[in-house]
Design a protein around this ligand. Sequence first.
Ligand code: FAD
Length: 301
Amino acid sequence: MVEVIGFGLTGACLALELQKAGHRVTVVDDGVGGSTLVAAGLVNPVAGRNFQPSPEVNEAWKVAEEFYRDLGEDLFTPLPILRLWRDEKDRAKFDKKRDLLEGWIEKVDEKGVTWRGGGWLNCPLFLERARARFLENGGEFIERSMAVGPIYCTGAAGLLRGEFADVIHRSAKGEILTMRVPGWNESRILNRNGWVIPIGEDCYRVGATYEWDELESGPTDEGRAKVCRLFETFTDREYEVLDHVAGIRPIINRSEPVVLHQAGLGWMINGLGSKGVIYAPRLAEQFVTHQYPHSRGRDAH
Ligand SMILES: Cc1cc2nc3c(=O)[nH]c(=O)nc-3n(C[C@H](O)[C@H](O)[C@H](O)COP(=O)(O)OP(=O)(O)OC[C@H]3O[C@@H](n4cnc5c(N)ncnc54)[C@H](O)[C@@H]3O)c2cc1C
């Protein structure tokens, strides 16, 4: 029997991978909900200011895409990403790196570069499906931890308090708005200092802020105003804000996952930062292969 604490993106991927390897798995989740519930689910192979592809992004995404597809074809929506130029310097930076980026370039024009291989994962729906699959496979949710040495997948909450609170981290709060923009018909993901993701029926998710203080302050007027200003850099169309959420990205070392073992306490898998969607499934797969190899045969999905 293996016990996982926390059923966000990390814990869900891990629990399902453990079941695939033939383990009986229990999960303790406090029901508070972490960043997975608010994440935009953006998959951008070349995120960031410096046109630097995420490390091993192709390898990680290959595992992730199959993992999500197995839970439903509708979880991931592939979309081109138009990365708009910031200025001439930005364009020049891209030109210098162009050879390295060729595999992701769909088109380059005066507005920006369009990446292929991007899209967005419906994270709340993922959690719903993962929960259903976990139960179908014989998994059990329990109220309190019973195991010696469980696997903590508790996200930012676990870095702010609790068993692994002494881990140095740089977790960042983020706020996101959902907007209705009648008649805009923008079907690409737009990216420049932030992003706009079309989610259908004239609606878009827009974000996100980065704040390192007052992590637990929830949605704020300042955050909302910042995201509105950001949105106005993409279009001057009228819009209506439908929803406003905030969460905390668990960041330890950039967005590189960290796996720790502490004798008498157990494992911690955390630190997926802003890139959990790309890396969580492969991280779970690798962790299980090394630490909890095949048990009784692959009797689960
Ligand atoms: C605003 C914002 C936008 C983001 N956008 C993206 C994006 O576009 N793409 C992307 O890849 N990533 C994005 N992220 C990051 C993404 O959300 C994280 O990488 C990922 O969801 C982390 O998952 P996790 O399971 O480690 O943590 P969490 O999702 O926080 O899950 C932790 C779980 O553990 C539970 N828990 C915590 N403590 C305990 C305890 N003591 N006992 C029991 N249960 C406990 C919590 O209730 C929760 O269910 C974004 C994050 C934010 C905040």
